[in-house]
Design a protein around this ligand. Structure first.
Ligand code: ARG
Length: 462
């Protein structure tokens, strides 16, 4: 195929090379953003007197038509085009004639693509932020409903101390709120306009970069033309924020998978978010959660791929950078799909509070509270710790639990023990007495819930 850049060469590259070189399969996703960038550029060219008003009007009207036709399906993006920038420019010239060739004045595909990816990702991140809010809302709903339900809290996957299920879920809300913040930070740093950097060195035309920057909703133009066309830090920042979201979803998935097992039976996922086995009739598998956990590896790969693609590149633009979109878009799409399925999966899961409570009754998770009982009555913590350890060993040897051990046995270990100890080590007391800020006590959980509700409300109002 004869190339738009034919000149220095005949533009007659091998078909195999054309195919290899093309990025249309991925960058066609950015057609709206490419057209928007071109419209603002054409308008600026007219305002600065670089092209005439009439030419700009013809170009902008032509671009408008292309946008509408791609949107409606009347115009198909050719899979044979080299990239979306070339396709739109070529179509424009086909439609409006010679004047279409003026669009690329004072611009290069190098600054054009840097603009497009930023504009595209700004929109993608906005969608992902909404999906995070949706998931936070689902977490809120389940946490609120189960704010008093006691479960074992774990360390080393061993029962440790009682917590409420609401408190446990709210830990994930904290992670997702930080994720949300990271996306906002990354977008704020990304939101500078490279347009006008041209190929690498700037341009001899009297362009107005502030005008195009504000026309495209950027904070300001970027400062250095070489950096403008070679910077892909924002891709790395975004993918790393996506990777961390996946880490959180993956940990959450792992817990949901465990909780859904017969061994735990803490939750049962709604049928809508599970699958059966083709051979084992009894199975109800947490495939959605497992897939989220699995796809996490893929997003990590996108991050490492992008970092590695960039590490040896000399300034400024190199074709290697065309690969940025493969990883970035894949990571964004993967994270969006995972968030999308996660919210209804969490919202509809059945919480088996009785099983959680029963598990909390086993495993001596009130042992710390028993030690605290002695400590509050003057015994040094280390001594109390040892006494309680011995009592736990006694219970294990006698097949009983701390709550059921007779007072005489307690007294034989320490004269400090008295009948009030049973109230002090009840699961309810253990939870209710964890009154420190951020702890599992009811006031703390209430204020975490209120803060989350507020966060969701504020973000939705924006
Ligand atoms: N398709 C290219 C990319 O995605 C656009 C920029 C091409 N620039 C160039 N000098 N060949 O990076």
């Amino acid at each position: 195929m004869k190339k738009m850049w034919a000149g220095r060469t005949l533009g007659a590259s091998a078909e195999l090379a054309d195919d290899f070189n093309s990025s249309i399969h991925i960058d066609s996703k950015m057609y709206r953003h490419d057209i928007k960038g071109s419209m603002v550029h054409a308008d600026m060219l007219a305002r600065t007197g670089i092209i005439s008003e009439a030419d700009a009007d013809a170009i902008i009207a032509g671009l408008e038509g292309i946008l509408n036709d791609i949107d409606s399906g009347a115009l198909a993006i050719s899979p044979d085009a080299e990239d979306i920038h070339m396709f739109i420019e070529a179509t424009l010239t086909e439609r409006v004639g010679e004047v279409g060739k003026k669009l690329h004045t004072a611009r290069s595909r190098n600054d054009q693509v840097a603009v497009d990816v930023r504009l595209y990702m700004r929109d993608e991140v906005a969608k992902i932020k909404e999906l995070i809010i949706e998931l936070l809302d689902a977490i809120y709903e389940v946490a609120e409903a189960h704010k008093d339900d006691i479960m074992p809290g774990y360390t080393h996957l061993q029962r440790a101390q009682p917590v409420t299920f609401g408190h446990h879920l709210l830990a994930y809300a904290e992670m997702l709120k930080r994720d949300f913040g990271r996306l906002c930070d990354a977008v704020a740093r990304m939101n500078y306009s490279p347009l006008g950097a041209a190929a690498l060195a700037g341009t001899t035309y009297p362009i107005d970069r502030a005008l195009t920057a504000s026309g495209l909703g950027f904070t300001a133009p970027t400062a250095n033309s070489l950096d403008s066309v070679s910077d892909r830090d924002f891709c790395v920042e975004l993918i790393s924020a996506f990777a961390l979201i996946m880490t959180h979803l993956s940990r959450f998935s792992e817990e949901i998978i465990l909780w859904s097992s017969w061994e735990f039976s803490f939750v049962e996922l709604d049928d809508a978010y599970t699958t059966g086995s083709s051979i084992m009739p009894q199975k109800k598998n947490s495939d959605m959660a497992e897939l989220v956990r699995g796809k996490t590896g893929r997003v990590y790969g996108d991050l490492i791929g992008t970092l590695t693609m960039l590490k040896g590149l000399p300034l400024a633009y190199n074709k290697d950078m065309q690969e940025d979109k493969e990883s970035l878009f894949d990571a964004a799409e993967t994270v969006a799909r995972c968030l999308e399925i996660f919210a209804p999966m969490v919202r509809t899961m059945k919480v088996k509070s009785e099983n959680m409570y029963r598990a909390a009754q086993r495993g001596f998770i009130n042992a710390t509270d028993l030690a605290d009982y002695l400590t509050k009555r003057g015994i040094p913590f280390r001594t109390a710790y040892k006494t309680v350890g011995e009592l736990v060993a006694y219970c294990i040897a006698h097949g009983t639990v701390l709550d059921e051990l007779p007072l005489e046995v307690y007294k034989s270990y320490s004269p400090i023990f008295d009948g009030d100890l049973y109230g002090e080590i009840s699961l309810k007391t253990c939870v209710e007495k964890r009154i420190s800020e951020g702890g599992t006590g009811p006031d703390s959980v209430e204020s975490q819930l209120a803060a989350l509700a507020n966060f969701i409300k504020e973000q939705r109002a924006k």
